[in-house]
Write a protein that binds this ligand. Sequence first.
Ligand code: TZP
Ligand code: MG
Length: 221
Amino acid sequence: MGIRQRLNLSRLYLCTDLRTEKGDFFDFVRAVFAGGVDLLQVRDKKAAPEAVAEAISEVRRMAPMRSLVVVNDSPQIAGGCQADVLHIGQDDMPPGEARGYLHDHALIGRSTHSVEQADAANADGDVDYFCVGPVHATPTKPTYVPVGLDLVRHAARIAPPFARDAKPWFAIGGINAGTLEPILDAGARRIVVVRALTQASDPETAARELRTRLDEAWAEG
Ligand code: TZP
Ligand code: MG
């Protein structure tokens, strides 16, 4: 399956650090892939770039065919390991410049935190998907102002998930099985989570629960 098709089919995106304190990174990765995660980003600002690059190579070997492994922030690391997806924020290298480091079919995702940023990402030919958030306040990003459901509704208007040519987008920030329903009602059909899986006692079951609800929401329309 091609990279873009995998993105189009994706629903559950996990950002995780290397879990060095827990020491169970690869077991965790195996569990969440089994539970239905289809994009996995390694985001560990404390780890050495070499450790992140090494972990990413191993995760790519473990990843199911339908999934995509995402490199955060660094076009250089993404290019160096021939990554299929690079994720960049508003303060990172601009997408058009970052593309120069990547292989020809690689995808670029961008974080957005306002209507203006979401509109710009949606219109940018170098951005293949975007994220909107944080929907709710989150200790994972304590300095970010929550954008609430209004930005989710806006994203659903400019890029309706069921429209054939609409750009994929993900809601992010404070999402778990208990907060998912209003986010689906606001029009999201793809989500990014951190704590919902990294802090779960049974990450495979937690992933499967989110995945099942997302699959149902896609089927419901
Ligand atoms: N960007 C906006 S919110 C967020 C990022 C990386 C973190 C979301 O973490 P959690 O634990 O799912 O609330
Ligand atoms: Mg960044």
